[in-house]
Design a protein around this ligand. Structure first.
Ligand code: F6P
Length: 457
C-alpha cells in the first residue's frame, strides 16, 4: 500500500478533541486518509520573521501533519497577493477585480519552491502525492527537478474559467505549462474540465492522446471532473439528533411562527451576499404581505480581511444590510439577521434543518458544499427548499433545487416567493431527487475515485 501525501495551503490539524476545524476541505481531506497512512503538508497559518526551514511535525493517529511557517513577505505576496488578488478573482470570472503584480507572482513561485524543497525530503518513492487548491499550481513543476518521479495529482477546488478569461492573467501560460507536471488534474465539473482542456490545446498546442489525456512538450496529463461531496450520513445524523443548544433554542423562540431563510458563506464577493440581500429586499417590496412573516439569517464568517477587495465588500454588505433593515424593518421584526462568526457543523446542521429555504446564490463557485449540507440536513418528511445559483458547480447535480441566475434580483425574488409557498408534496419530491445522488457521490466516493485514477496513471 503506498503512503498518501496530501499538500494544501492550510492544514487542519485535529485539536485535542480529535475533531479540529470542521470546514468542508478539512473534512474532505481527512476522508482521503481513510485506508492510508501518510502525511499532510502545508502552511501552519503562522508568520515568522525568520521561519525555520525545518517543518514542525505533529503526529495524530495514522497521519503526520507537517507545517511550515511563512515570512510576512511570503504571506503578502503569495497568499494575500497572487493567490487571492490575482488568481482567485480571475478564476471566478472577476477580471475587473484582478490585480496582478510581478512581485506577488515572484513571491507565489518562491513559496511553491520553498514548499517543494521541504516536501521533497519527506516523500518516499512509492508515495502518492495529492496537491490541493490554486495556491499550489506550480508545485509539481518545482518537485520534478528535485528528482520526484512519483505520481502527483492536483485537485482544483474553485472554477476553472474559460481560456479567454484565464488568458487575461499575466503568467497564466506558465501556470498551464506547470499543470502538465501533474499526472492528473481533477476539477469539479465537466464545464471546468472542458475549459482547462481547451486552454491546454490553445495555449500549449496540447494534443489528445487518449480519453481525457492531453500531451504537450513531452509530458502528458489527465484532466477529469470529480465533483466533491460531503459526509451525507454524518450530516443527516447530526441534524436529526441535534439537541437544541442555546443558539438553536434562541433562534426557535425568536422565529415564533416566522419562516426561516438561511444563507451560510465565507464573506467573499464570489458568494453574491450583497446581491442576495438586494434580491430579498425586492421580494419584500413586491410581497408586502410577507413582511414580518419571514426572517433571513445570513451567516458570513469574515475572510481574507487583509485583502483590500474583502474590506470593501465587508463595508458594502454592512451598508446594504443597514439600509434594508432600516427601511423595511419594524420595531418587532428585523428582516435580515447578519452574523460574522464561525459556527460548528452540529449547530449549522440544526439551523439548516430549521430553515424552510436556503439561499445559495454565488456569482460563481467551483462546487458549494453548503447546498449539499442543507439538503442532507433536511427532515425527509418535511424538507425545505434549496434556491441555487446556476453558476455553482453543485447546480449540475442538485437539479431538484430552484435554479436561478444570481444576477437577476427579480428572478431570485420570485424563487423566494415560490419556495415559501411550495406545497409539501413538491418539497418532498424535489428533495428525493437530490438526496440519492448526494449519497452516491459523497465525500468518500470523491476521495476514492480521485486516488484510484491517480494510482492507475
Ligand atoms: O474554496 C477554496 C478555498 O481555498 C478552500 O479550499 C478553503 O477552505 C477556502 O477557500 C478558504 O480560504 P482561506 O484559506 O483563504 O480562508
Amino acid at each position: 500500500m503506498p503512503r498518501l501525501v496530501v499538500v494544501s495551503n492550510r492544514v487542519a490539524v485535529p485539536d485535542v478533541t480529535g475533531k479540529g476545524t470542521a470546514g468542508g476541505l478539512a473534512v474532505a481531506l481527512r476522508e482521503a486518509f481513510q485506508g492510508y497512512q501518510g502525511l499532510w503538508f502545508g502552511w501552519s497559518g503562522r508568520v515568522a520573521a525568520q521561519p525555520s526551514p525545518l517543518p514542525r511535525i505533529v503526529d495524530k493517529e495514522d497521519v503526520q501533519y507537517v507545517l511550515l511557517d511563512l515570512t510576512p513577505l511570503d504571506r503578502r505576496e503569495y497568499y494575500n497577493g497572487f493567490a487571492n488578488r490575482a488568481l482567485w478573482p480571475t478564476m471566478h470570472y472577476r477580471v475587473g477585480l484582478s490585480d496582478f503584480s510581478r512581485a506577488d507572482y515572484t513571491g507565489y513561485l518562491r513559496v511553491n519552491r520553498t514548499f517543494a524543497v521541504a516536501l521533497a525530503k519527506l516523500v518516499l518513492p512509492n508515495d502518492l502525492v495529492w496537491v490541493h487548491d490554486y495556491h499550489l499550481i506550480p508545485l509539481a513543476a518545482e518537485l520534478r527537478p528535485l528528482g520526484l518521479a512519483n505520481l502527483i495529482g492536483y485537485f482544483h477546488h474553485i472554477p476553472w474559467p474559460a481560456p479567454e478569461v484565464l488568458g487575461t492573467l499575466p503568467g497564466s501560460t506558465d501556470l498551464l505549462r506547470a499543470i502538465m507536471d501533474f499526472n492528473i488534474v481533477g476539477v469539479q465539473t465537466e464545464r471546468d474540465a472542458d475549459n482547462l482542456r481547451r486552454a491546454l490545446i490553445q495555449e500549449l498546442s496540447a494534443a489528445s492522446q487518449k480519453l481525457n489525456v492531453l500531451g504537450a512538450h513531452g509530458k502528458s496529463t489527465c484532466v477529469k471532473s470529480f465533483p466533491i461531496g460531503i459526509d451525507v450520513s454524518d450530516f443527516q445524523e447530526v441534524a436529526a439528533r441535534a439537541r437544541p443548544n442555546r443558539i438553536v433554542s434562541q433562534t426557535i423562540v425568536g422565529l415564533g411562527s416566522r419562516k426561516l431563510i438561511i444563507g451560510v458563506d465565507r464573506l467573499d464577493y464570489s458568494k453574491g451576499i450583497r446581491e442576495r440581500m438586494e434580491a430579498y429586499e425586492r421580494f419584500l417590496v413586491s410581497n408586502p404581505d410577507e413582511r414580518g412573516h419571514v426572517t433571513y439569517l445570513q451567516i458570513a464568517p469574515t475572510s481574507r480581511s487583509e485583502v483590500p477587495e474583502y474590506e470593501t465588500l465587508s463595508r458594502a454588505v454592512n451598508e446594504t444590510l443597514g439600509r434594508i433593515n432600516g427601511s423595511l424593518g419594524e420595531p418587532g421584526w428585523v428582516p435580515i439577521q447578519y452574523v460574522t462568526s464561525t459556527y460548528p457543523r452540529s449547530l449549522l446542521a440544526a439551523l439548516y434543518r430549521l430553515a424552510r429555504v436556503a439561499l445559495v446564490t454565488p456569482m460563481r463557485e467551483g462546487m458549494n458544499l453548503v447546498a449539499k449540507e442543507y439538503v442532507a440536513s433536511q427532515d425527509p418528511l418535511d424538507p425545505g427548499v434549496l434556491i441555487l445559483s446556476k453558476f455553482a458547480g453543485a447546480a449540475q447535480q442538485l437539479t431538484g433545487a430552484l435554479i436561478v441566475n444570481p444576477n437577476d434580483k427579480f428572478e431570485v425574488a420570485e424563487a423566494i416567493r415560490e419556495a415559501l409557498r411550495m406545497g409539501h408534496e413538491e418539497r418532498v419530491a424535489r428533495w428525493r431527487t437530490m438526496i440519492g445522488p448526494l449519497r452516491d457521490r459523497d465525500v468518500s466516493w470523491w476521495a476514492a475515485a480521485f486516488l484510484k485514477e491517480l494510482a492507475t496513471q
